[in-house]
Design a protein around this ligand. Structure first.
Ligand SMILES: NC(=O)c1ccc[n+]([C@@H]2O[C@H](COP(=O)([O-])OP(=O)(O)OC[C@H]3O[C@@H](n4cnc5c(N)ncnc54)[C@H](O)[C@@H]3O)[C@@H](O)[C@H]2O)c1
Length: 440
């Protein structure tokens, strides 16, 4: 089948590459000229395990094309996927300018029937706005007779496991009122659901809201555990035991129950905010989600406070080794990463940092900057002469470190673990002063 994907970021590039891998002919479009130029040379704009090989294989196999010109894809494709960013606006609502710009572009240039499939995360009612934008442009051109469909197909992939999630999704959500269009999308996705996982065809508005509901539920689980972790710290209970105790209940389940520094990334923070805002627009107050957001923000501040308190309120001139900068392991995505707030907070009080991340250091440099932050290529080097280690992202290599080496490099055996990676009893036995989240 012929497919165009507009937007070649985390979602667009994975979508395009995976459709091409299944034998489809795919155009990946982006307005960023440098990004397209690099993609043609096999240089990817993001780190995502497994993506590079798929992109290279399908590009050299002639199934994957990269272009800045949407027209190339439009002339050839039945499906026009929109996978551009929907960052938070000033009031927290989703900024639809990129989605609507693509819609207008399609309206300006289409010459035949297309199915516009919106994969960006957008508030309920956006499909209507996309339809209007396309229709307006067609009318301006005197081509109002051209037919098109607008479908919602939200994406549920996780960065760091995006290929696997896209290739073997738990479910596909398709929002459309047109039976024939629904069947065509089902056919496009058939190779991805050979495992029997469902394709749910539903109303467009339900599909749009399903995406927010999923992210808001997962964010709520994280904030719920973080709230409980505070009670654990005061009462002497252990949040890890509680996680196992409730997670083994099949009605609850294990995933997304980790207490830590809270959620970050490009999706949960903005989607929780956007859902609060959408509720407001419909005259409702999303009180659970407002609390979820507050708890998430406080979690970072409390961690910085814990560090400050250890040093009797004064971290001026102290140097901290930082392990992990990205918002979670297996990605270089720094958007809304806890590391940004924690480093910023302590830096304002005069602290310095020796930071390491396996893949996110270049991106981190552009966000956190280099003022009082030295970026170290080796994570043990980051420990040398530091007053403490701050573990901020749970990359695998940090899980079983050489504790003796750590002790010999650090100025004092002191660890602030924001991700509960080590056993408190063992750390005590090894002679570390060990702070973690919600455990005695
Ligand atoms: N990143 C994730 O894990 C994830 C998961 C599920 C859903 N989503 C949603 O998918 C959407 C895309 O997210 P992302 O993380 O891939 O964003 P991204 O910022 O990584 O990529 C967006 C791309 O769109 C391009 N673009 C912007 N305007 C354009 C235009 N008019 N024409 C062509 N290209 C244009 C940008 O240059 C950029 O390369 C968002 O709505 C997001 O909420 C993201």
């Amino acid at each position: 089948m012929k497919v165009t994907v507009v937007g070649s970021g985390y979602v667009g590039l994975v979508t395009g590459a995976c459709f091409a891998e299944m034998g489809n002919d795919v155009y990946c479009v982006d307005i960023d000229e440098k990004k397209i130029e690099n993609l043609k040379k096999g240089i990817l704009p993001i780190y995502e395990p497994g993506l590079e090989e798929i992109v290279k294989r399908n590009f050299s196999g002639g199934r994957l094309h990269f272009t800045n010109d949407i027209k190339e894809g439009l002339d050839d494709s039945l499906f026009m996927f929109i996978a551009v960013g929907t960052p938070p606006d000033e009031d927290g609502s989703a900024d639809l300018q990129h989605v609507l710009a693509v819609a207008r572009d399609i309206g300006k240039k289409m010459e035949k029937y297309v199915i516009i499939v919106n994969k960006s995360t957008v508030p309920v009612g956006t499909a209507d706005r996309v339809r209007e934008a396309v229709r307006d442009e067609l009318t301006k051109r005197g081509r109002g007779e051209l037919e098109f469909d607008v479908v919602s197909n939200p994406e549920f992939l996780k960065e760091g496991a995006a290929i696997d999630d896209f290739m073997r999704p738990d479910r596909i959500i398709v929002g459309t009122d047109n039976v024939r269009t629904g069947e065509l999308i089902k056919e496009l996705y058939a190779p991805f659901v050979r495992n029997g996982h469902p394709v749910f065809i539903m109303g467009v508005r339900s599909a749009e809201l399903t995406k927010y509901a999923a992210n808001a539920m997962l964010a709520t689980r994280i904030s719920f555990m973080n709230e409980l972790s505070r009670l654990c710290e005061i009462s002497g209970a252990d949040i890890e035991s509680i996680r196992q105790g409730i997670g083994s209940d099949t009605r609850i389940g294990m995933p997304f129950l980790y207490a830590g520094l809270g959620y970050g990334g490009s999706c949960f923070p903005k989607d929780v905010k956007a859902l609060i805002q959408t509720s407001k627009e419909f005259g409702l107050e999303a009180r659970v989600l407002m609390a979820v957001e507050d708890i998430n923000h406080e979690q970072r501040i409390r961690f910085a406070e814990k560090i400050r308190q250890h040093f009797s309120g004064d971290v001026k001139g102290k140097t901290f080794a930082v392990w992990g900068l990205s918002f979670k392991p297996q990605t270089d995505d720094m958007r809304e990463a806890p590391a940004i707030d924690i480093i910023d907070d302590l830096r304002k009080s005069g602290a310095k940092f020796r930071a390491h991340d396996p893949v996110a250091m270049e991106v981190a440099k552009s966000i956190i900057g280099e003022k009082n932050v030295e970026y170290m290529t080796n994570y043990y080097d980051a420990l040398e002469g530091a007053d403490a280690l701050l573990l901020l992202t749970e990359w695998n290599q940090f899980r079983r470190p050489d504790y003796d080496r750590m002790k010999s490099l650090l100025k004092r055996p002191l660890i602030f673990d924001g991700r509960n990676q080590y056993d408190p009893a063992k750390m005590k036995e090894l002679g570390f002063t060990y702070y973690c989240i919600g455990r005695p």
